[in-house]
Structure formats: structure tokens, C-alpha cells
Design a protein around this ligand. Structure first.
Ligand SMILES: [Ca+2]
Length: 477
């Protein structure tokens, strides 16, 4: 008799964590598209430090009016409207971001705030994008035509299709670039390849076969090229052709081997390569795993080229010589792995396997850990089975060897210290070969109820994080 065990980890419940950082300065509308290209600076001991989760770097004019460190360009990235960049001279000054190697970002907008009292100095300023390190190829994406208010963000959308590594604000002539805040927004370029080919393709002798498809993203479709190679890197490498697929007709064993699709695009430094192994087999359609209930029927089917013969085995015993194997009125003993040997006088014998399994009974498992204070009420579970099986499902909650409930959930009123511990729930159904078993641990914090909302709330968060460790789901005979 086969015994099937499965232990699945139940994902920790999502904990929402509110970050206070930047709340006041995040207020107000953002551009319609794109993500904030996040860079936040802080000033201490006359020195700026820069924090950027994606490693963006601040670039721009050195120094400031009177070379005061507090007014360096970093002051426009500190999420503080009181601080500002003040250019060293009246010549046009600039500040922005280096987004690092790669394609950069499509710039979708900015948020901007001028220095208090010098709002007029932003009129005529430009937002520009560039890809060359000396910014020689810079393009103007936006010009600020009007005065904006200080002390709050003014939001601007930018509609421009190109991707830029460098994005920056440049102040107008004779304006000292007085700027208290700037945020840039952008979108990452889509990936070059969106559909990758199957890595293993099996085809019958003499049949036609298609490798792929390899599909590139619409954005890159015009200039992308897909080349198919055979036996790449072996010295006998052969370029077969181009296209999203590669087709082979009247397949023979000579066609077996590794095919490689190479995807290239002028904007991407690195090509992408995908290997496809072609196996020419006498089996053209292998048997597939089946999920069936007790008392129902299962059907395994295998298809092979003409002249093949079949023999099915279960637990080492030969049980059929038909191409299709039917198991009627399934009993507990029928679950397991079935093997079919396929033979042909002209080719090597092949062996394929498929499994007969029971479907899942429980759709939503009970929370594995529950925290409660003494004197309060707590509910364990419920365990929810798939709706088709609700009517005949059975439940048994066991605590310290005694059945305490036969419902999907178990309620404990007026919790006492001795209620603490591990409860086991077993869920069964007459159409299922195996029961499913769950453990729920009740924890009573060791402090007084006077602790108010704080203590238990914190504990609940900790339990959720521990969920993976406690979430034992066991299926047993
Ligand atoms: Ca500032």
C-alpha cells in the first residue's frame, strides 16, 4: 500500500509596514506614469550622504554659492523644502542622476520645488536626458515655462519615448539655479524576450516538429534578430536560419541534439541565448499524471509510432499490454506511479512514467499559530475544503489525546493557561484516499491584559512571520 506524505509551507501572512520616511514630502500628485527614481540625501557634519535603493548617483555642478556644503546639489534630494541648491555663480548650473549602465529609463515626469523667495529663478529651466557621459547628446524633455510655488511639489508629466542613462535639471542663465527639491520619475525598459522556448522537445520518428517560439517584446520587435544554430560551440556549428521558430520536417535521429536561439538587438549589449534539446522518440505523446477520487475511473494513454508495442507496470507487476490503460472504480491501493515500456523492433526500448494522485481536499488551511490572552475567546480554523466536497467532509480536532470538536473550526471560550498547546485537525472525506492533517498552536502571552492593544498586536505580527515554521500540513493514510 502506498503512503503519500506532503508537507507544504504556508506562506507568512503579508505584514504591511508603513514607513514614515518622506511622508510629508511624498504628499501631492505624482506624474501619471513611472516610478520615482529614488534618491534621498541626508546632511550631517557638513557632509552629504546618499541613499538610493537602485544605486542611482547624483551628478551635476560642483560647489555652491560661497562653497557652503549645505547648499550643494545634494540639498535638492533631501526631501526637505527648507534646504536648497544655490549655484556658485550665475552661469547655468545643473543637477540630476546617473541611472547606471544599461538602457536607463524612459523619463515620465518630475516633481519640482523652487527655493522660497526665488521662485522666478526656475522659469526657463529645462529637464534633459542623455546617454553619452559628456551629455553631448542631451535632449530637452521639458521646459518650465512658469513660476512654481515654493514649499510644495509641482508635478510635470513628460511624454518621450527614448531611454536615457542620464537625466538632469538645468537652470536658466543668471539664475543661480535655486532649487529646493527635484524628483525624477521613469519606467524601466521591458525585457527583450517575453516568450522563451521549451527546453526539451520530443518528437516521433518521421514527424514534423517546431522549435520555439522565441518572442521578443513589441517594443523591440523592429530591430531584434533571432538566429537558430545547431550544435553551437562544438566546432561543427551550423547557422540554420532566422525567425521566432525553427521547423524540422520528417524528423530522424540525425536531427537530435541541441539547438540554440540567439536573440540580439542593437540597443542591448548582450545577446540572449536559449537552448532547446530535441529528442526523437518512438513515443509521440507520453502518458500524463491523473488526479482522481476514490470510486472514479482513471485513464492513462500513450501514443507511439506505428509498429510499437506497450506493456504497463504497477508496483513491479505487469498489468496490461494495451496502449490505453484504464483503472476502474479506484481504490486506495490504486494510487501510485504507473510505468509503460514502449518497444519497437527498429529502435531502443523506452520507459515512461505517470502518477495517479488524489486531488487536494482542503483549499484553505487553518492559521498555524493563534495568540490569545487568558479569559478571552479564541477560534481555531476554520479549515475550508473545496466547495464540491463540503457536504461530506469530516473534521476532528484533537487536543492532548481528546477529541474537542468535529466542526471546521474550534472555539475556546474563557481561555485558561491549560488550553495552551498544539491542536491537531484531521480533515477527511469518503471520496478521498487520505486524510489531511493540520497543527494549530495556541499561545498565551505571559503578560497581564492591562498591556492594552500593544503587546498582542506585536505578538500577532511575530506569529505571522513565524507562519512558515509552524505551518505543517500533513497528509496521511
Ligand atoms: Ca531640499
Amino acid at each position: 500500500m502506498k503512503k503519500r506524505c506532503r508537507i507544504s509551507t504556508i506562506a507568512a501572512a503579508g505584514l504591511s509596514v508603513a514607513f514614515a520616511l518622506g511622508m510629508a514630502f511624498g504628499a501631492g500628485a505624482q506624474p501619471d506614469e513611472g516610478e520615482w527614481l529614488e534618491v534621498v540625501t541626508t546632511f550631517a557634519d557638513d557632509t552629504w550622504s546618499v541613499d538610493s535603493p537602485e544605486g542611482f548617483e547624483i551628478i551635476g555642478t560642483d560647489s555652491s554659492w560661497g562653497d557652503s556644503p549645505a547648499n550643494y546639489i545634494q540639498a535638492a534630494f533631501d526631501q526637505d523644502f527648507e534646504t536648497f541648491f544655490d549655484a556658485p555663480t550665475g552661469d547655468p548650473a545643473w543637477l540630476g542622476l546617473d541611472l547606471g549602465p544599461g538602457l536607463g529609463r524612459r523619463i515620465t515626469g518630475i516633481r519640482y520645488a523652487p527655493r522660497d523667495g526665488h521662485e522666478d529663478r526656475g522659469v526657463g529651466a529645462t529637464i534633459q536626458g542623455a546617454n553619452e557621459a559628456d551629455l553631448g547628446d542631451a535632449e530637452v524633455l521639458l521646459t518650465l515655462e512658469e513660476e512654481q510655488s515654493s514649499g510644495e511639489w509641482s508635478t510635470f508629466n513628460i511624454d518621450h519615448d527614448d531611454y536615457f542613462r542620464y537625466v538632469f535639471y538645468e537652470g536658466p542663465d543668471d539664475a543661480h539655479t535655486d532649487i529646493s527639491g527635484i524628483e525624477f520619475y521613469g519606467e524601466e525598459p521591458p525585457p527583450l524576450v517575453v516568450t522563451t522556448p521549451d527546453e526539451l522537445v520530443t518528437v516521433g520518428e518521421g514527424a514534423d516538429v517546431t522549435l520555439g517560439p522565441v518572442e521578443v517584446h513589441d517594443e523591440w520587435a523592429d530591430e531584434a534578430e533571432i538566429e537558430w544554430y545547431y550544435a553551437m560551440g562544438t566546432g561543427d556549428e551550423e547557422l540554420l536560419g532566422t525567425g521566432t521558430t525553427w521547423q524540422i520536417s520528417d524528423t530522424s535521429s540525425d536531427d537530435e541534439g541541441i539547438y540554440t536561439a540567439v536573440v540580439s538587438h542593437p540597443m542591448f549589449e548582450d545577446d540572449e541565448e536559449f537552448e532547446v534539446e530535441l529528442v526523437v522518440s518512438i513515443v509521440t505523446s507520453p502518458p500524463e499524471d491523473q488526479e482522481e477520487l476514490l470510486g472514479s475511473d482513471a485513464l492513462f494513454s500513450v501514443t507511439a509510432i506505428d509498429g510499437a508495442t506497450f506493456e504497463w507496470f504497477f508496483e513491479g507487476e505487469s498489468i496490461s499490454e494495451q496502449r490505453i490503460l484504464v483503472i476502474e472504480d479506484i481504490t486506495v491501493d490504486d494510487y501510485g506511479t504507473y510505468t509503460v515500456e514502449v518497444r519497437h523492433e527498429d529502435y531502443t526500448d523506452e520507459e515512461w512514467q505517470a502518477e495517479l494522485r488524489a486531488p487536494d481536499l482542503v483549499e484553505i488551511a487553518p492559521d498555524p499559530v493563534v495568540g490569545v490572552r487568558e479569559g478571552e475567546e479564541v477560534t481555531l480554523g476554520p479549515a475550508l475544503v473545496y466547495s464540491d466536497f463540503e457536504a461530506d467532509a469530516t473534521y476532528s480536532w484533537i487536543f492532548e489525546g481528546t477529541e474537542v470538536s468535529t466542526d471546521p473550526e474550534h472555539v475556546i471560550t474563557d481561555v485558561a493557561r491549560e488550553d495552551e498547546g498544539v491542536y491537531t485537525l484531521t480533515v477527511g472525506h469518503p471520496s478521498f484516499p487520505f486524510d489531511e492533517e493540520f497543527e494549530v498552536e495556541v499561545l498565551i502571552p505571559p503578560f497581564a491584559p492591562a498591556a492594552g492593544g500593544l503587546g498582542l498586536g506585536v505578538l500577532a505580527g511575530a506569529f505571522a512571520l513565524l507562519g512558515g515554521a509552524y505551518g505543517i500540513r500533513r497528509m496521511r493514510k
